[in-house]
Ligand binder design. Structure first.
Ligand SMILES: *Cc1c(COP(=O)(O)O)cnc(C)c1O
Length: 317
């Protein structure tokens, strides 16, 4: 799964690395993202578009050899009329009520559609991050009811569904966040470090305040580092007064408010002035920081802005 710029990490480099590791099928949310993946990989790998065949996308789907996952009778009609013989898949709604053809519609069109040879039948789980949730088994049953006997390739599981076990795997799984180091894959290796340069440091006397709203007031003689990175870079304002930044293994509290381009950090207890501080890394992953911000790792990761310089490194095998 490489939608949303490969979860914010950079779709070109990430898809090339995944292709080098053997991936041959790539999912994106919309046709424009598919165009970027095709540009990165060239002809060959299959690129599947979850929003299906939207009006206006026909030329791109044809020219770039994208495989739309058709979501509705309207999309099915559009695709078969506009691009007869062009590859497609079908997304089925098994209970999430977000995307996909519903049971009754499917029963009506399945005989014709199965004849046309979809590449894949897909559905998506609503509660897979909660293994005990009864909706998982209900969706699994609905997926069987809708697809057993078709003989077509099937896919049900994203990261959470993969962790529910082999009954959920079918022919193809669609890992996203687990690839990029996030929950619900607790054993995921951290994939990114986010180091923010220190722009300036200053001494602050007891009683002096720091930042917008004077939200933090020094209680002791303090050293404050002003660090490049703010809410315009995807560091949520709800981290104000909560998060920590790290100098190696030493945590330093973020003090005062997160502003658009900057955060301020209490580095009084460090032995030396740092050149940069890490807000993500081995000591603090995306889910830990997301929890401080009151959100989830997915949102934090996909929100990291365009101002960072992204450097890529291959992890030794
Ligand atoms: C985003 C998405 C995925 C990947 O989900 P993760 O939880 O990130 O693994 C898989 N399938 C569909 C339909 C999606 O929208």
């Amino acid at each position: 799964m490489v939608k949303a710029d490969a979860y914010g990490l950079g779709v070109t480099r990430v898809t090339r690395a995944l292709a080098n590791a053997g991936a041959r099928r790539f999912f994106v949310a919309e046709a424009e993202e598919g165009a970027l993946v095709r540009q990165a990989l060239g002809p060959g790998p299959q690129i599947l578009v979850l929003s299906g065949h939207m009006s206006g996308d026909t030329e791109m789907i044809h020219d770039l050899d994208l495989t739309p996952m058709l979501n509705s009778l309207e999309q099915i009609t559009r695709h078969l009329e506009a691009l007869p013989g062009h590859a497609f898949g079908v997304q089925l709604d098994t209970g999430m009520n977000r995307l996909g053809v519903e049971m009754l519609e499917w029963q009506a069109v399945a005989p014709i559609l199965v004849e046309a040879g979809p590449e894949l039948l897909l559905s998506h789980l609503a509660c897979a991050d909660d293994p005990d949730h009864p909706v998982n088994a209900a969706q699994l049953k609905a997926f069987h009811d809708m697809t057993d006997g078709t003989g077509l390739p099937r896919s049900l599981a994203a990261t959470g569904g993969i962790l529910l076990g082999p009954r959920y795997h079918f022919d193809l799984t669609r890992p996203g966040v687990g690839l990029y180091g996030g929950l619900p894959f607790e054993a995921a290796l951290p994939t990114l470090t986010l180091s923010l340069p220190v722009v300036q440091t200053r001494e602050v006397a007891p009683g002096e305040a720091v930042g917008y709203g004077c939200a933090w007031v020094a209680e002791r003689p303090s050293i404050i580092a002003t660090v490049a990175g703010g809410y315009a870079d995807g560091l949520p304002r709800t981290l104000s007064g909560k998060a920590r930044l790290w100098d190696g293994d030493t945590p330093c509290p973020l003090v005062g408010r997160v502003s658009m381009d900057l955060v301020t950090v209490d580095i009084t207890d460090l032995a030396e002035l740092p050149r940069s501080l890490d807000i993500l890394g081995p000591n603090q992953g995306i889910d830990a920081l997301a929890a401080d911000a009151g959100t989830i790792g997915y949102e934090l990761l996909t929100g990291l802005g365009p101002r960072y310089t992204r450097r890529y490194q291959e992890r030794p095998a």
